[in-house]
Design a protein around this ligand. Sequence first.
Ligand code: FEO
Length: 406
Amino acid sequence: MPKILVKRILDEPELYIIRVDDDQIRYFEAMWSIPEGITYNSYLMKLGDEVVLFDTVKREYAEMFIEELKRLIDLEEITRIVVHHTEPDHSGALPQVLKENNYRAQVIGTTFAKNLLEGFYGKDVIKNFKVVKDGEEMKIGDRTFRFITVPWLHWPDTMITYVVEDKLIFSCDAGGGYSIPEDIDDERDEVVQRYLPYVTKYVVTVIGHYYKYIVQNIKKLKRLGIIDSAKMILPGHGLIWRKDPKRIFEHYEKIGAGIPEKDKVLVIYDSMYGFVEERMRIVIDELRKLGKKVSVYKFTDKENPSVADILGEVPTAEALIIGASTFEADIHPRIRYTLFEILDKANYEKPVLIVGAFGWGGVAGRKIETMISRSKFDHVATVESRGKPSKEDEENLRKAVKMLFS
Ligand code: FEO
């Protein structure tokens, strides 16, 4: 059952998190398998006569969200609603909140956000809309809100809010991750350690396509000096960062740079009838002899791993080994799709070995080579042959594995 968690985060200013723990979702964006779930974080700040709501939650949780909001405030008292990003996992409950608010609140966001909100929910939600520009400041109560655009983190509409006096960053998607952490913040290191791999998976699957903007926007925030001095980073998903606020953006930077874990090798393959698998057993045996830690994902007649999980493993891999069958004169469709997503969202300068097996004609290896040669990955070798691997194939495979690390 989805849960809603409400906690007071600060006394001065009075600040609450309203967090929906979505354990019902299976495929984020109807695509990325997340059995670990996700949270949608909204925040409410009371500043005397001003009451500011930062984002909302997904539409299907609007009723429970509003019920909890009503325990904190009469909805008509909300004076401002900051929309950092209009994707419906954050804006879905906005129309109902505004209705209950009798449309008294000023809605604040970028021009892009205004247009998208109108497209999604109609004219009512934008009738009291205040467009803000990059760097614009607004006095709300006795606080200064600075709005900073971070385009493509995750859509062109996206901005963050920096509360100047308190050094708070409301960052929406940026700084977020999948899963439902047992705590609301980064106080306990074991919670953070469990959470960070889900951050990596989230960043690659959701924002990976806009990789260069991750790097650019973090640079921008650093240049503005707000990351180094931040007291708290409050994302729209996952943990709040207050013990070590910089840590989450350092982790994002590591993902952007593809910093590998020592000796980690990612092995991905399909095997329809075991011929690719026989080759991969040799490959994995050689990797273990070399002291490598092997992460294996295989598509077979019994297994269909999550492409989202595979994507989440790429940034920390030292090297990749891709095994594929030739299928209808092409790459096996499962590997073709996986590779397409890797090259689109997790395109790094890392060495790649290609392993192929075929019946009457080998095509997969060559096609994968072409895809790899157009990417940032470094093609090291292709070992592809017919049917059962021969003694010579085994020697070639072992030699090729060694070449990956020479
Ligand atoms: Fe969490 Fe791009 O929405």
